[in-house]
Structure formats: C-alpha cells, structure tokens
Design a protein around this ligand. Structure first.
Ligand SMILES: Cc1cc2nc3c(=O)[nH]c(=O)nc-3n(C[C@H](O)[C@H](O)[C@H](O)COP(=O)(O)OP(=O)(O)OC[C@H]3O[C@@H](n4cnc5c(N)ncnc54)[C@H](O)[C@@H]3O)c2cc1C
Length: 410
C-alpha cells in the first residue's frame, strides 16, 4: 500500500521543480526536506548585510534557457546583465598592464580553442595549460572560480559540455528568493531528514526522522556529496554502476567571502570583475559593489576553498582583507565593515557547492540519470545536462525526472 504516488527528497530547485510537475499532473506526492526552509543551495538572506545577499546561487546563468529568468522579469524584479568579462587583473600586488591584458585575452581564446579541439586523450584540464601566467589566469577565472575544482581535477569533456552559460543576469532581490517564490505553493515537510530508502518491495519505503512514507516511486535530489557519504542508505544497495557514478561526481567548492567597504568605490564600478592571481593557487576573485551596494564579494574555489572554510571565517576574512590591502593600500583596512564566509563544504546537507566529474568520468552523469528498478530517479544540478551546476538546470532536471515518473506510473 502506498501513502502517495511519489516521494520527492529535497526541496531545492530540483525537488521543487519535480513537485510542481507532479502537482500539475494531479499526482499525489510528499516532499521531504531536512532543512527548516526550502531552496537548498538557493538561499537569500538579509540577516548579514541588511540587504538581500545570496549565500548560494546568485547568477541567473543562461537566461535564454533558464526558466527562472522570465519569472523574475514577470515579477518586476531588478535584473542586471553581467558580461562576466575580466575588468581588473592583478598578479599579487602588481596591476596587470596592457600587455598582460592582451596576453590573457589571447590565452583565454587559446584555452577555448584547445578545449574545443581536445581529442579526449588526456581529459585533465591542467594538461592544456602550458607554462605562463596568462593562460593560468584565464583557466583560474573559468576553472576553480567557476567549476569549483582545480584544473587537474576538471574533466575537459565535462567542462566543455557546460561551458556556455551566457547570458548571465543578477537580481537584486536575490536568486534564492526567486527559488523560494517558485516553491511557495508546494507543500513541503520541513525538518524531515531521510535516513533510508528501501526499494526491496514493489515501491519504495522512505524512512525519515518523522516516520516512514510508502510510495510507488522516489525522486532523489540530494547532492552527490550527500549520496557519497551514504547519509541516505539504500536497501538493497544501489547498483554498482550508480555507486561508482556517485563517486565519479565529487563535489567542488566555491566559497564567498563578502566584505563591506565603507567610503568610496576605490575607482571601481558596480559589477566589475577583479581577479588577483597568486602562487599556490591561492587566487581570489571579487565581484565589486553589485547594485552599487557597499560590498566586495570575494570568491575562492577548488582546493583552496576547502582549506579556507576549514580555517574558518576569521581567517577567510583576514585573507580577503590582506589581498585588498595589497592592491588598494593599508588605508582600506579600517574601512572594512561587516563580513561573512559561506560554508557549503561544512554543510552536511550539501557537502560542497556542486558536482564536477573526475577526469575521464564525464559519462558518470548519464549513468546516474538512469532510473533504478523503475522506482528511484535521481535529479538535481549534477544531472542537468548542459546546465549542470546551475539552479536553473537543477529545476529542469527535477521537472524532467517527474515527467519520466509520471509516464512510468501510467
Ligand atoms: C556558493 C555557491 C554559488 C553558486 N552560484 C551559482 C550561481 O551563481 N548560479 C547558479 O545557477 N547556480 C549556482 N550555484 C549552484 C546552485 O545553487 C545549485 O546547483 C542548485 O541550487 C542545486 O539545486 P538542487 O535542487 O540540485 O540541490 P539542493 O539545492 O542541494 O537541494 C537538495 C535538498 O536536499 C536536502 N537534503 C539533503 N539531504 C537530505 C536528507 N537526508 N533528507 C532530506 N533532505 C535532504 C538539502 O537540504 C537540500 O535542500 C551555486 C552554489 C553554491 C554553493
């Protein structure tokens, strides 16, 4: 006996997308979410700076294919088109000159050409990076700061499949708020942690901290990091191919370290992109004064992001402050106000920012997308086709999984 047709696990963009499809099709379902809010990695809060700030996703990538974009437009939200061009580049405390900038622009074009032409022999992005800091800076900007992994952990095939995310927009009201608005009508059991999915019978029995739910099928939208840690047990175990695929899609990390800057704008314009390249991959990127707010939002990615989150917020803010002082001078130090470090690596319900395939393992995404026993479907940013890693892609993935489930249930 089933309580409902479908249990959806997780109320992030994917889970909410799946639920809304099930609702529209008149199916019975339950959405269970361990957090005490919906949105998952989409989360806007005004608590830290008194204005909406996105702790998770912020850019509405691929706006022409992103279902959230027309919804933000229809809601009359403030949208800004961000060209993602590199406006300011420093090597340590040295400002890149015109020759450096010409070199990085050529390096960027060269990197794109090499990625397109890659024949699959050595699938590590780092294998394309010749010596020379211009090419490395180009790779930092698109690699760790974007993919959340260091170049030697990025699969070229995976990277290439997801490379085109233009056009990109910001919304002043917050991307997390947009996802929450999308899910506002979806009934969700909050603060309900799933511990086990038993699929030994004809449907699924989903054991949660608030009892067991029986359904004909489950849509699992938790991150591959959560799956890899076996925070949800499967009984019987998942097929070996699925288990391997989960481990071949480890979580990358992107950490935001926003700092408030009082006083003038340091000669920068709102939404300028500033990259400081350093040794040992301790590179830091800043989104400058978005919407003319008093904020410079620092980003670190890849291995260094795991290191900095482990070191803690004070160390992270010190690091960012020191880098800004390197570039803008010590008069800046007393002008720094409130600050924050996001901590998606330490968040047990995500265990990282988003998944990236290991070199040679780009096909893991297709494997994990295969339903198990015609009753367990996986969905989410890791399975979002050309929009992997994005919130818009996660939603589309959840919607697609729900349509498959609906067809399967007949
Ligand atoms: C710092 C950062 C910056 C980002 N920037 C962007 C960006 O600019 N643009 C963009 O498009 N994307 C960005 N992303 C990625 C984007 O946020 C995610 O791809 C997307 O939100 C993932 O949605 P999802 O539904 O797949 O997963 P999630 O949002 O993680 O949803 C899964 C849900 O499952 C819940 N859960 C986990 N375990 C259990 C359990 N055992 N029982 C019940 N519930 C459970 C979690 O609490 C979570 O709510 C960013 C992410 C981060 C972390």
């Amino acid at each position: 006996m089933s309580d409902v047709d479908v249990v959806v696990i997780g109320a992030g963009a994917a889970g909410l997308g799946a639920a809304r499809q099930l609702m529209a099709a008149g199916r019975t379902f339950k959405v269970v979410e361990a957090m005490n809010r919906i949105g998952g990695r989409a989360w806007t809060t005004s608590t830290d700076f008194g204005v909406p700030f996105d702790i998770g996703c912020a850019w509405l990538h691929a706006a022409d294919r992103n279902p959230f974009y027309p919804e933000a437009q229809a809601a009359g939200w403030t949208l800004f088109h961000h060209d993602m061009g590199l406006d300011h580049l420093y090597y340590g405390d040295r400002k890149a000159d015109a020759a450096d900038l010409a070199a990085i622009s050529a390096a960027d074009a060269e990197l794109q050409r090499l990625i397109e032409a890659h024949d699959g022999a050595n699938d590590r992005l780092s294998s394309l990076l010749a010596k020379g800091h211009a090419l490395r800076a180009a790779a930092t900007f698109s690699g760790p700061m974007d993919f959340g992994q260091d170049d030697d952990e990025i699969s070229i095939a995976d990277f290439r499949a997801a490379a085109d995310l233009d056009p990109n927009y910001f919304t002043k009201e917050g991307f997390g708020a947009l996802v929450a608005r999308f899910g506002a009508d979806v009934p969700v059991e909050l603060a309900t942690l799933v511990r086990e999915i038993d699929w030994s019978g004809s449907g699924v029995a989903v054991e949660t901290t608030r009892g067991t739910l029986r359904a004909r099928a489950a849509i699992v939208t938790v991150s591959t990091g959560v799956l890899a840690f076996e925070d949800i047990r499967f009984r019987p175990h998942l097929p070996e191919a699925h288990t391997e695929a989960i481990f071949d899609l480890p979580m990358g990390l992107l950490t935001k370290i926003p700092v408030e800057i009082r006083g003038d704008r340091l000669g920068l314009s709102p939404f300028d992109d500033l990259l400081i390249e350093r040794h040992a991959r301790h590179d830091v990127f800043f989104l400058c004064f978005p919407f003319d707010l008093d904020l410079m939002v620092g980003f670190v990615g890849g291995d260094f992001a795991w290191e900095i989150e482990a070191a803690g917020q004070d160390a992270a803010v010190d690091f960012v402050t020191d880098r800004l002082v390197d570039v803008f001078g010590s008069n800046l130090r007393p002008r720094i106000g409130r600050s924050l470090m996001t901590n998606w690596g330490g968040e047990r319900l995500t265990r990282g920012a988003y998944a990236a395939a290991r070199p040679g393992k780009a096909a893991a995404r297709q494997t994990l997308a295969q339903p198990v026993g015609d009753r367990i479907w996986f969905a989410g940013e890791a399975l979002a086709g050309p929009l992997i890693q994005t919130a818009g892609g996660a939603r589309l993935s959840g919607e697609a999984a729900a349509r498959e489930v609906i067809a399967q249930l007949g």
